[in-house]
Ligand binder design. Sequence first.
Ligand code: PRP
Ligand code: MG
Length: 209
Amino acid sequence: MDYLTVAFAKGRLGEQSAELFNKIGIGHCLDLKSRKLVFIDEENKIKFMLLKNSDVVTYVDNGVADIGIVGMDMLKESRSDVYQLYNLPFGYCNMSIAGMKGAEVDRNKSILRVATKFTNSAKEYFESRGQKIEIIKLNGSVELAPVLGLSDVIVDIVETGNTLRANGLEVMEEMFEINPLIIANRIGYKFKMKQIDGIIEKIRNLEEA
Ligand code: PRP
Ligand code: MG
């Protein structure tokens, strides 16, 4: 039997995914505290790859990984045509527009300056509303942009809302819900359907138990 290759994101999502897989008897080889990036589960014939969150879709899209676990935020941003197989039962949050608390940002100004990591999602959202924007692409600490006058608003993930609150910002609008999901390469899925569906079935049973 061929190895099933699974792309995992480093960080919190990877930890939650590993915990879930362990519960269904898979991936006990995973040691996320080590510096290793590949782990092999010989018993279940699975090869795990530990990647940066933003690279999981690329690996699955190119078929280097058969399946991957990734947030809807990254999937939407990539506009990639992978199978969306299963929504996982943790880590729900929102992609939101936020601005300085009480600042009454003029949302209809001729060109709204939007700072974000998620440029495609932001463009698509504002375009569909006929609002012209200037995108300011940042790679992190996006909340600082309106505080320092770099942008009028931000588009970013809000989970607990702590980062917004700590920096004097508030949600102006929730754009869409984000959850982690299992994605699959379209060709890889055809060849390894039985193994992939078996894993999903075990996760579903666990949820229903
Ligand atoms: C993420 C996200 C928000 C924050 C949301 O940032 O970009 O800033 O977490 O979580 P909260 O609502 O629970 O505060 P992250 O910590 O990944 O850092 P970065 O944006 O600087 O990469
Ligand atoms: Mg952040």
